[in-house]
Design a protein around this ligand. Structure first.
Ligand code: DHB
Ligand code: MG
Length: 224
């Protein structure tokens, strides 16, 4: 991070203190995740709070998350749901899924989050086959090379007026490299360019700085 990066972190801390307050729930989850050696890829407190805010703003009841990791983002979204709301969260790693399960149970959010273990593309195909109610919000936050395929499924599974969010689309500017041989960058660029071309979506991107460095999310609403 640049010297400016020091300021991003302090500004994050200022807003967390003023707007979010102490957060024992996430502190506990982060501690468990660090102890288990999970990669530090969780959303920051302000980003998590932003996800909570979107859940409340659209009155979401059914959320699909692709990529559970240790359950931090699921906790932010689940917390913002009404009691009958559900997060269906997909996780490829059985170890991560078990840890997330424990974290969410301990946080008292266990009955609002269903974790599906296995390759997300398999679970997405199953969800589509089962034909359950459409999702109000989809948060795509897993392996970036598969982002274009995740978007195809998200389009099938999200209700009109619903939101599709893509995490980590900036990666310190890596997204600019049109000739990148990094599959993650290629995945995010194809994903982004599909969002732009897709007539059923109305999309923007939000760059973020703060304790997670320089990154960003795409936000798309499914046209009614
Ligand atoms: C990475 C993945 C994430 O989902 C994230 O939020 C941050 C980093 C990564 O793979 O580096
Ligand atoms: Mg992410």
């Amino acid at each position: 991070m640049t010297t400016e990066g020091q300021d991003w972190v302090s500004v994050d801390a200022y807003f967390v203190d003023a707007l979010v307050g102490t957060d024992p729930l996430r502190a506990r989850i982060r501690k468990a995740n660090t102890a288990a050696g999970l990669p530090p890829h969780d959303v920051s407190p302000l980003q998590g709070r932003f996800l909570s805010l979107l859940v409340k703003a659209i009155g979401a009841r059914r959320i699909l998350e692709i990529g559970t990791l240790g359950g931090v983002s699921a906790s932010w979204m689940a917390e913002a749901l009404p009691p009958e709301g559900r997060v269906i969260s997909l996780e490829a790693s059985p170890d991560y899924a078990a840890l997330a399960r424990r974290n969410l149970d301990q946080a008292g959010l266990g009955d609002r989050v269903e974790i599906c273990v296995g390759p997300a593309l398999d679970t997405l195909a199953r969800l589509a086959r089962e034909g359950g109610p459409a999702f109000d919000l989809v948060f795509i936050d897993a392996d970036k090379p598969n982002n274009p395929a995740y978007l195809d499924w998200a389009l099938k599974l999200t209700r009109p007026g619903g939101l599709i969010i893509g995490d980590n689309v900036v990666r310190s500017g890596a997204v600019l490299d049109a000739n990148s041989d990094d599959d993650r960058v290629r995945g995010v660029r194809t994903f982004t360019e599909t969002l732009g071309r897709e007539p059923r979506l109305f999309s923007t991107a939000l760059q973020t700085v703060g304790e997670k460095g320089w990154d960003g999310m795409t936000l798309s609403v499914v046209e009614p």
